[in-house]
Design a protein around this ligand. Structure first.
Ligand code: PEP
Length: 246
């Protein structure tokens, strides 16, 4: 039995005031015990604020990125140890925006995955194909290679305690969503690639998840929740998506 998980990725949005309002309005409704687990990934500078506001809640916190290194002369980087120190439980690794705008290769993403686990953070490994790759029928090859880079470095058993997020690049922030069937096909493939540990790994879908499409996506056998960008900035929408995961 895989516990559903919904993760908010705020990307580079927010301020002390708006973060506080958004989190408090969500917490006012997301009370008590829930079947679904929820975590929020604010920008790094706001992690301590989120840790404080979420301290007595059932909502976890995660970082949007983590350094592959542990400490030293890496200007601008934030290490897994630092993230764990301020109370993070999760770290996104290999988000497509980091792959695209910051040149993160499969090999670097794999190192970040290992670094996160070294500090007891649960990596949320993001994989997904571009539109050109989907149109060239390369989706499963691309996703398979992204996954393999991590399995080769970390070992398959390491992935057993991680989370995978399938995020087709063409669906992120575009309003286009993979159909439930398109997403299910890739999720099933990822699970199959993970072999014997696959059945226990939570695989999230990400890419323009909204209240209107969440339930149908979550009804697919191999979709265990969502990584939510744009809609997570609206606490009503995010609450509805979390409810749909229950
Ligand atoms: C994301 O950034 O991981 C994401 C899925 O964004 P959006 O929901 O806005 O497509």
């Amino acid at each position: 039995m895989r516990r559903p998980l919904v993760v908010a990725n705020w990307k580079m949005n927010g301020s002390l005031a708006s973060n506080s309002e958004r989190l408090q309005s969500f917490l006012a409704r997301w009370k008590g015990v829930h079947q679904a687990e929820v975590a929020v990934c604010p920008p790094a500078v706001y992690l301590p604020q989120a840790a404080e506001l979420l301290a007595q809640s059932n909502v976890g916190i995660g970082a949007q990125d983590v350094s592959a290194a542990d400490e030293g002369a890496y200007t601008g980087e934030v290490s897994g140890g630092m993230l764990a120190d301020i109370g993070c439980q999760y770290a996104l690794v290999g988000h497509s925006e980091r792959r695209e705008y910051h040149g993160e290769t499969d090999a670097l993403v794999a190192k970040k995955f290992v670094a996160a686990q070294r500090h007891n953070l649960t990596p949320v490994l993001c994989v997904g194909e571009t539109l050109a790759q989907r149109e060239a029928d390369e989706t499963l090859v691309v996703v398979g290679e992204q996954l393999k880079a991590v399995v080769d470095l970390a070992g398959r058993n390491a992935v057993a305690s991680a989370v995978v997020a399938y995020e087709p690049v063409w669906a992120i922030g575009t309003g286009l969503t993979a159909t439930p069937e398109q997403a299910q096909e890739v999720h099933a493939y990822i699970r199959e690639q993970l072999g014997s540990i696959g059945a226990g790994v939570r695989i999230l879908y990400g890419g323009s998840v909204k209240p209107a499409n969440a339930e149908e996506l979550f009804s697919q056998n191999d979709i265990d929740g969502a990584l939510v960008g744009g809609a997570s900035l609206n606490s009503d929408d995010f609450y509805s998506i979390c409810q749909a995961a229950e």
